[in-house]
Design a protein around this ligand. Sequence first.
Ligand SMILES: [Zn+2]
Ligand SMILES: [Zn+2]
Length: 279
Amino acid sequence: MAYQNYIYRTSGRNYARAGCTQRDGSEDSGRTGSGVSPAFSERYEVDIHTHTIASGHGSGATITDMVKAAKARQLKMLGISDHGPAILGGGRVSYFRNLKYAQRERLGIKMLYGAEADITNHRGDLDLSDDVLKGLDYVIASMHSPVIKPGTVEENTAAYIEAMKNPHVSVIGHCDDTKFPVDPFRLFDAAMKYHVLLEINNSSLSPDGYRGDTKYTDLVLLNLSVHFNYPVLFSSDSHGTEHVGDFTYAEDAARLAKVPRSLILNHSSEALLSFLAEK
Ligand SMILES: [Zn+2]
Ligand SMILES: [Zn+2]
């Protein structure tokens, strides 16, 4: 295996997984002897995939409304990631440029301002220029129809991997979407190589989700996270306030895959910031 000695490092801690030996419960302090992580009864600190009225659909919520919802969920950090301009009604370039003037802390919650940029073709181009992206705290790159026509597994996978190479892209959004089938093994490999997080999107896994049966891909990604000791990110993808910080279904999937809390960066705003800074 190519990743036998893969080491993931953040916040001065080393997370190492040697070889393909079976996990015995003693390798990771985040697990109990029963193999069930206690993490899931704990609160999360951070959600960075959320949408306001600036996304142009699904919500009339302002950033202030979102902050209040995050406060009610007892988050420490909130990221606002409105849709890029390729989506009908999505944020304009001027909106994303002006985020640098927005408050860094609101109601005691640390704020990150990013974008959910659209991958616009199978070469992995985005709908916001590097000049705009570099002014943001983080960038999620996603594929949405009708911005991009679904391709073959090869084309979709290649598009995500090309987007990962963009130095501003730190997260790939909902790559579990059945409309855009991918090779999750190659995606995970590339995510480790280009220092990108693959999200486990709560909205995809919700029973009323509209991305088809995403569970297989999400479980593969979560198992790869455990195997390679490389982190993942839960995302609410909340359009408006209702689901801010809600990872109910992502949590269920992570529990099935026995992912330790140390690999779910939502537990630590510090670990997430460290990860983002290393790109
Ligand atoms: Zn999206
Ligand atoms: Zn989204």
